[in-house]
Design a protein around this ligand. Structure first.
Ligand code: CP
Length: 311
């Protein structure tokens, strides 16, 4: 497939055939991850900077692994230990990186719109690895790929619940964009204080009773409480939150018998999801991590090898 995009900033940029193409490519790359020698020369000579100005385990390590398995050279820059700590601005940091001629920068940043800003000013590919509350497109794609491995392309008509801190979650925004684009019906469940004011304009249904919210669900995606982004006073206390909005086996009595359970991680066990559900056979949580490597291999391949015309 001809790939027209220079950057990956949000799911909004992608058509359904392009999302399905990413899933197909990820399935091919997943096979490499199961070989005894997990390395191919596809991106030999390409350089990828992993610029993570916010903490990360899964996204950073899986992009690093994805790049190395495709023989790209990967270089890490973090907030801590970089000149960002001396007050260097994002734009000067970005121009400094550009002067070293990387082929792509994978950026995680606390500011919504940071990736869009870099994409406008730099010539190399910018891949958004999470910007503030705005978007986490590669997480949505790996969530989609995890479900694609179970359902194939049959997303149309599937019922999917997003549970938890919708207001502060970039994963929720990107998941909703992607899942509804693929034809799934999305329901959300959260306390009022963790719902965004714009919810009415989103293509989702709201159900605040978790027992009712789980009814007929094909998948439940639990979200992390983004305590670092919350103002004080949004939750009475974590125990009360867990009692009303933490997923437990009793909630799934009226879900589909093969309901799939997802969580982008890191998981607060016993608060967002009961430990026995996080570790159950129908939990996709660790599959999501494996899918992350394969999906990011597919993305690095597409954004580093396509001879594109500007979209
Ligand atoms: N899901 C996710 O983005 O995890 P990390 O913060 O560990 O990268």
């Amino acid at each position: 497939m001809h790939w027209p995009h220079k950057d990956l900033l949000s799911i909004q940029q992608l058509s359904v055939p392009q999302i399905e193409h990413i899933f197909d490519l990820a399935a091919k790359f997943a096979e490499i991850n199961n070989r005894p020698v997990k390395k191919v020369p596809t991106l030999k000579g390409k350089s990828v900077v992993l610029f993570f100005a916010e903490p990360s385990t899964r996204t950073k390590l899986s992009f690093d692994m994805a790049g190395k398995r495709l023989s790209a050279d990967t270089f890490s820059l973090a907030q801590s230990g970089s000149s960002l700590q001396k007050g260097e601005s994002l734009s000067d940091t970005a121009l400094t990186l550009q002067a070293m001629h990387p082929d792509a920068i994978v950026l995680r940043h606390v500011a919504s719109g940071a990736s869009d800003y870099l994409a406008r000013h730099l010539q190399c590919a910018i891949i958004n690895a999470g910007d503030g509350w705005h978007a986490h497109p590669t997480q949505a794609l790996l969530d989609g790929f995890s479900l694609f491995q179970v359902w194939g392309e049959a997303f149309a008509g599937k019922n999917i619940l997003l549970l938890g801190d919708i207001a502060h979650s970039r994963v929720a925004r990107s998941d909703i964009e992607m899942l509804t684009k693929l034809g799934a019906k999305v329901r959300v469940c959260a306390p009022r204080t963790l719902l965004p004011p714009a919810l009415l304009s989103w293509p989702v249904e709201l159900e605040q009773n978790l027992h009712k919210a789980c009814q007929d669900m094909d998948a439940v995606i639990c979200l992390r409480l983004q305590l670092e982004r919350q103002q004080a006073g949004l939750l009475p206390d974590l125990r009360e939150y867990a009692a009303h909005f933490g997923l437990r086996p009793c909630h799934l009595q009226h879900a589909r018998s093969d309901v799939q359970l997802l969580h982008p991680g890191p998981v607060n066990r016993g608060i967002e999801i009961a430990p026995e559900l996080a570790d159950a056979d129908n939990s996709r949580i660790l599959d999501q991590v494996s899918s992350g490597v394969a999906t990011r291999m597919a993305l690095l391949y597409l954004y580093l090898t396509s001879s594109r015309e500007e979209a």
